[in-house]
Design a binder for this molecule. Structure first.
Ligand code: F6R
Length: 613
């Protein structure tokens, strides 16, 4: 969702801010703005719409001189996207400028309190309350840092905030609670941003800010404070990503690049966890004694990460013999779940910032469960809050629709399942070694699915089906879980109405929607259920459906008797088949979206990191 960036140093700030904001576009936004401190005064420029509107308005930053500034991409929550509602916001007196990512929950109360004291408001946003609160205290006693601190104490909700003060031309103050914020160290210049890609071009040395912390900096000096206002020493960390990881690198879209990065992402995630034929998790404590006492495993997540959880239920329950449930984080937290210290709660999240998932994690901890997070973004709130964290090493995922994060989350599920089953003694030696072998071979198998012939076939089928209005994804067992993700991809990037159903469930209702030409994507990779799937295909074909079947290479001939349109994947250990079968579905959604002229990397209304409930 919203992204913030701040720069203090010797260069012109505006072009650096605009460039940083461009790297945060992936988070999702509908307007953007910057505020730069010139020699005499602060200048604010903001614009509804894409960043390029702001670039045009500022001549790529040239018309906003000054070497200290803050910038923002806004995803509307309070008030429609408009120039007035865009950030940065100035306090009524003009002494303070602010950018904000998050939600101020007690905004209405604070607004009335300020209005009673004669403060005027010029937008519908919750953020303007922050600008006015800080402005109110600053205008009274002239101590900017104290004014920020006092205002922060009154805020309820989540925030990453960046402030400028009209009277302090070199200074930026930033603070965070429940929204991500990193500080970047440069040479004679310093940065603050919502995420690493925004500043990666300038520095790889960062500090991850903790909830309640505040940073005060100019181009040369930086001071960090904790929530009590006491100075803190922050650890400097080196970001290991290359700048190229956050660039398109010759691909038309990040989504396509990330689909093709899956073999590498799988290798980076799996290899460090396989040593001498064993699955190892350094720093993770899941002893046999503990696991034997686990009554139930809850997998809790949102969106695609939830669909990984749905798949994980099949995988973990069968291998570990522990009852396992997948729950949507937004439902879990308000469902009064039956969870206590006998339960293991596994949280899955790419960003590590998803508001519902974070809240569910906190609820699970409050109820006494042991919590384990599977997260991609290092240092994120979920990674820090969970008792234990296993990172997926997918690298930065920029496209809004997840692909490589999904695949690596699934890879961690396989690793974790093998690890737990080994501890529990529920997996025999031979099966365990077959799993380890399959994990080792998975990146190469994914590479095979991405061979040019397969990609061309998907492209051809996408060009054939892109004009359809509805699609149904059907499958059985793990294929039914893959259908959920394939169908979501099509909805998200191609704006095509699509539903996923377990194939056996179709005739209990939704088959009434199948008519002449309806697209049905039928997954038939679960060998023991292949004949049943062929029967389901016959059922929908009899009602006029146009069927695209995804099946194993060895079953292609048989499947061709039922349908002409077939995509194949190589055979691997059956339980690992989903890691491969998702790839053609990702490609299919991507190419259908291209044919429909959609903005693939930034689908309408969607945000990469969903930091509001
Ligand atoms: C879909 C997608 C979303 C996310 C969901 C959770 O392509 O990306 O459904 O999976 O918003 O996000 P994280 O994993 O960051 O918690």
């Amino acid at each position: 969702m919203c992204g913030i960036v701040g720069y203090a140093g010797g260069q012109q700030a505006a072009p650096i801010l605009l460039e940083g904001l461009a790297k945060l576009e992936y988070r999702g936004y509908d307007s953007a703005g910057i505020c730069v401190h010139g020699a005499k005064e602060m200048q604010v420029v903001k614009a509804k719409g894409r960043l390029k509107v702001l670039c045009e308005k500022t001549q790529d930053g040239a018309s906003v001189p000054g070497t200290v500034g803050i910038g923002h991409t806004r995803w509307a929550t309070h008030g429609a996207p408009s120039d007035a509602n865009s950030h940065p916001h100035l306090s009524d007196s003009g002494s303070v400028a602010v950018v904000h990512n998050g939600i101020i929950e007690n905004e209405a109360k604070l607004r009335s309190w300020l209005m009673e004291r004669g403060v005027r408001f010029h937008s519908e946003t919750d953020t303007e309350v922050v600008a006015n609160l800080v402005g109110y205290y600053y205008d009274k006693d002239g101590n900017f840092i104290a004014a920020v601190r006092r205002a922060l104490r009154q805020l309820e909700g989540s925030y990453a905030l960046g402030f400028l003060c009209a009277d302090l031309p070199n200074l930026i103050v930033a603070a965070k609670k429940d929204s991500p914020l990193i500080f970047g160290y440069g040479d004679g210049e310093n940065f603050v941003a919502s995420d690493v890609p925004a500043i990666l071009k300038h520095t790889q040395t960062v500090s991850y800010m903790e909830d309640g912390e505040m940073v005060v900096f100019d181009g040369h000096n930086v001071r960090f404070f904790d929530g009590m206002g006491d100075p803190v020493e922050k650890q400097r960390e080196t970001v290991t990503w290359e700048l190229s990881a956050a660039e398109r690198g010759g691909f038309d879209h990040f989504m396509l690049k990330e689909i093709f990065e899956q073999p590498k992402a799988l290798k980076d995630t799996i290899s460090p966890r396989l040593k001498n034929g064993q699955v190892v998790f350094e720093g993770i404590d899941l002893s046999a004694a503990y696991l034997k006492d686990v009554r139930k495993i809850h997998l809790v997540a949102c969106g695609s990460a939830y669909y990984v959880s749905v798949l994980a239920k099949y995988i973990i329950e069968k291998a570990c013999h522990i009852p396992t449930e997948a729950a949507m984080a937004s439902e879990f937290r308000y469902a009064e779940p039956v969870v206590d210290e006998h339960d293991l709660v596994i949280i899955i999240s790419q960003s590590g910032e998803t508001a519902d998932t974070l809240a569910a994690l906190r609820e699970a901890k409050r109820l006494g469960a042991k919590t384990l997070a599977i997260v991609n973004v290092v240092g994120s709130a979920i990674a820090k809050t969970a008792d234990q964290t296993i990172y997926t090493w997918a690298g930065p995922e920029i496209a809004v629709a997840t692909t490589k994060a999904y695949s690596t989350q699934l890879a961690v599920v396989y690793l974790l399942t093998a690890y737990m089953a080994r501890q529990l003694g529920t997996m025999d030696e031979e099966t365990y070694h077959a799993w380890v072998q399959a994990l080792e071979n998975l990146p190469a198998a994914a590479e095979r699915v991405l061979c040019p012939e397969n990609v061309e076939t998907v492209q051809f089928l996408a060009s054939r089906y892109y004009g359809h209005h509805d699609a149904f994804y059907i499958g059985r067992n793990v294929d039914s879980a893959i259908c959920l993700e394939g169908s979501l991809k099509l909805k998200e990037v191609a704006y095509l109405h699509s539903e996923a159903y377990p194939a056996g469930e179709l005739k209990h209702g939704p088959i009434s929607l199948i008519e002449n030409g309806t697209l049905v994507v039928a997954m038939a990779t679960v060998a023991p259920l292949f004949d049943k799937m062929m029967a389901n295909i016959r059922e929908v074909k009899a009602r006029g459906a146009d069927v695209l079947c995804v099946t194993l290479e060895e079953s292609a001939e048989e499947a061709a008797k039922q349908t002409d349109n077939i995509l194949t994947i190589p055979k691997v250990l059956p339980v690992f088949q989903p890691s491969l079968s998702i790839i053609p579905l990702q490609l299919f959604a991507y190419y259908v979206a291209l044919n429909r002229g959609c903005d693939v990397d930034k689908p309408r209304n969607l945000a990469k990191s969903v930091t509001v409930e």
